[in-house]
Ligand binder design. Structure first.
Ligand code: F6P
Length: 485
C-alpha cells in the first residue's frame, strides 16, 4: 500500500516512468517503457538500499493513477492533458529543445505557449518532488524535459541536494543564444548542486554560457551563481555490460544469431544499424553510403547485406514523419536496384525489438554502423561491444556521438563526409582479423569498465549518497524490453 505522505531519501525525476501505459482499443495496460533512460536507471535503483521514488509521466492522457510500487521503487505518476502533451512534449521538448540541442539539424520552433507549458509541467514535477522528498533528501533530475526543476525545487525545498544529468548534447553558445528563454533555462539548471553532462564539450558550453549571459562566474570546472557553488561534471553514461554479456553467452542467443545469419543467406558481411527512427541518427545517409558502395561494386549483394532496425518514435512530432518517409523510400529504392530474389540488400525492421533479439542481432553482425549526425552518448554502440565476447566485430562510429570521446578504437567517421563514410564502411568490411581483434579488445575494456554501475557510482558520490555503491545485482537475467536511446 502507498500513502500520499510516503517520502523517500532518493528521488528520480524523469519525463517517463520506467513503466508506461499502453492503449489497445478501449483497454490499456502497463508495460516496461522501451527507453534508454529506463535501461540505464533500472539497475541502479534496483541495487539502491532503501526505497527510492521515481516521478514521471505514464505516457498516456485521460487516466488517473495513484502512486504504486514496482520492484521496491515507488512510482509517482505525473498527469498531463492531451493539450499539455502537445505543447510540452511534442512542442517545447521535441520541436524546440531537441533540434536546437542537436546542432539545429532541423529548425527549432519558438512559441510562447510551448514555453508556458514547459514551465507548467516543470512546476508540476517540482510539486511532486517537494511532497515526496524526506528532509535533506537527494533529488536526481534527468534530461532536457526538466531543466527548470532544479531552481524551482530549490526555491521551495532548500534542504534537498539536487543533481541534474543531461542525457543529450548541450549546444554551443551560438545556438543556445537563439532561445528566447535562454536566461531562465540557465537559471533553472544552475539551481542544482551538481549539473552533469555526457561530454567535456557539453560542460564547457554550459560554463561559457553562464559567463556570457552574466548568470554567474566560472571557477575552475564549476560555476558560482548567487554566491553558491554549482559543480559542473562530466558523467559519460555506460551500459549494463554484465547483463548484456550474460544474454550474449546464453545458448538461446547463440542459436538465434546463427538462425539470423542463415536466414540472410550466410553472407560474408552483415552490416547492422539499430536506432530510434530519429533524424539525428543519420540513417538515411548511412543507407545512401551503402547504396553507393553497391553501385561502385565495392560491396555486393548477397555477400554484403545491411540490416537496419528503426524503432518508431515521436510520430506526432515535427520532422519524424519526414524521416520515416525518407527511409521507407530509400529502402525500397536500394532493394529495387540491388536486391536479389530471396536476398534483399537492406532488411528493414520498423518496430521495437526485445533485448534478447537485439543482442542476437549484435552477435550475428560483422560490422555495426552507428553514424548519428549528433548524439548525446549513444548506447547502441556500447551494447554491441558488450555483446562481442570473442573480440570479433567492427564498430564504425560517428565522431559526433558522446561515445566517440572514449571509443577511439572504433573506425571514427564524420557522417557528413559521404566519401569518408563509404571508405570506413568498406574498410570495416575488409579489416584484417588481427586488427579487428585488437580494436575490439580495447573497446571492450572501456565499455566493461565504464559501465552503467560505474556511472551511477560517480553520481552517487557527487550527490553524497556514496555509502552503498551500486553493483550489478546477482541475478541480472530479468527480461526487459530495451531500445536505442
Ligand atoms: O535520449 C533522450 C531521450 O529522452 C531518452 O531518455 C529516451 O530514450 C529517448 O530520448 C526517447 O524519448 P521519448 O520517446 O520519451 O521522447
Amino acid at each position: 500500500m502507498t500513502s500520499p505522505t510516503d517520502r523517500s531519501r532518493l528521488l528520480v525525476l524523469a519525463n517517463r516512468l520506467p513503466v508506461r501505459r499502453v492503449r489497445t482499443g478501449d483497454r490499456s495496460e502497463w508495460e516496461t517503457s522501451p527507453r534508454g533512460l529506463v535501461a540505464a536507471l533500472g539497475p541502479v535503483l534496483e541495487s539502491h538500499p532503501g526505497e527510492a521514488t521515481w516521478i514521471g509521466w505514464t505516457g498516456i492522457t485521460g487516466e488517473h493513477h495513484d502512486p504504486f510500487r514496482v520492484d521496491g521503487v515507488l512510482l509517482d505518476p505525473v498527469e498531463m492533458s492531451r493539450g499539455e502533451v502537445q505543447l510540452f512534449y511534442e512542442g517545447f521538448c521535441n520541436s524546440t529543445l531537441w533540434p536546437l540541442y542537436h546542432d539545429s539539424i532541423i529548425r527549432s520552433e519558438y512559441h510562447r505557449t510551448w514555453w508556458d507549458a514547459y514551465v507548467t509541467i516543470n512546476r508540476r514535477f517540482t510539486e511532486h518532488a517537494a511532497r515526496r522528498a524526506e528532509p535533506d533528501a537527494v533529488v536526481w533530475v534527468h534530461d532536457y524535459q526538466l531543466q527548470m526543476v532544479p531552481a524551482m525545487l530549490r526555491a521551495v525545498r532548500p534542504d534537498v541536494r539536487i543533481g541534474l544529468f543531461l542525457h543529450i548534447p548541450f549546444p554551443p553558445v551560438e545556438l543556445f543564444l537563439q532561445l528566447p528563454w535562454r536566461r531562465q533555462l540557465l537559471h533553472g539548471l544552475a539551481g542544482a548542486d551538481v549539473v552533469g553532462f555526457q561530454t567535456r564539450g557539453g560542460a564547457a558550453n554550459f560554463r561559457s554560457l553562464v559567463e556570457r549571459l552574466n548568470i554567474g562566474e566560472v571557477d575552475g570546472a564549476d560555476v558560482i551563481v548567487d554566491g553558491r557553488r554549482v559543480q559542473v561534471g562530466v558523467f559519460p553514461i555506460g551500459v549494463d555490460a554484465a547483463r548484456i554479456a550474460q544474454i550474449a553467452a546464453d545458448p538461446a542467443t547463440i542459436d538465434r544469431a546463427a538462425e539470423i545469419r542463415a536466414s540472410l543467406g550466410d553472407p560474408e558481411t552483415i552490416l547492422l544499424g539499430v536506432d530510434r527512427l530519429d533524424y539525428t541518427k543519420g540513417i538515411a545517409r548511412r543507407i545512401e553510403a551503402f547504396a553507393e558502395l553497391l553501385s561502385e561494386e565495392r560491396l555486393e549483394v548477397p555477400r554484403h547485406v545491411l540490416v537496419q532496425v528503426a524503432e518508431p518514435s515521436r510520430e506526432a512530432v515535427l520532422g519524424y514523419s519526414d524521416i520515416r518517409d525518407r527511409v521507407d523510400g530509400l529502402v525500397g529504392e536500394v532493394n529495387g536496384a540491388y536486391g536479389l530474389v530471396g536476398a534483399p540488400a537492406v532488411t528493414y525492421l520498423h518496430r521495437s525489438q526485445s533485448t534478447e533479439e537485439l543482442v542476437a542481432l549484435y552477435r550475428a553482425a560483422d560490422v555495426m554502423l552507428v553514424t548519428p549526425v549528433r548524439d548525446g552518448m549513444n548506447l547502441v554502440c556500447k551494447e554491441f561491444v558488450a555483446s562481442r565476447l570473442d573480440n570479433t566485430g567492427v564498430l564504425v562510429l560517428s565522431e559526433f556521438t558522446g561515445a566517440a570521446e572514449a571509443l577511439s578504437d572504433a573506425l571514427l567517421v564524420n557522417p557528413y563526409d559521404v566519401d569518408g563514410l563509404k571508405n570506413a564502411i568498406d574498410r570495416a568490411a575488409h579489416l584484417p582479423t588481427a586488427e579487428v581483434t585488437r580494436r575490439m579488445a580495447a573497446l571492450r575494456k572501456s565499455v566493461t569498465t565504464d559501465d552503467v554501475y560505474a556511472w551511477a557510482r560517480s553520481w552517487m558520490v557527487a550527490l553524497g549518497l556514496d555509502t552503498a555503491p551500486a553493483e550489478p545485482p546477482a541475478d541480472t537475467a530479468t527480461p526487459r524490453q530495451e531500445t536505442p536511446a
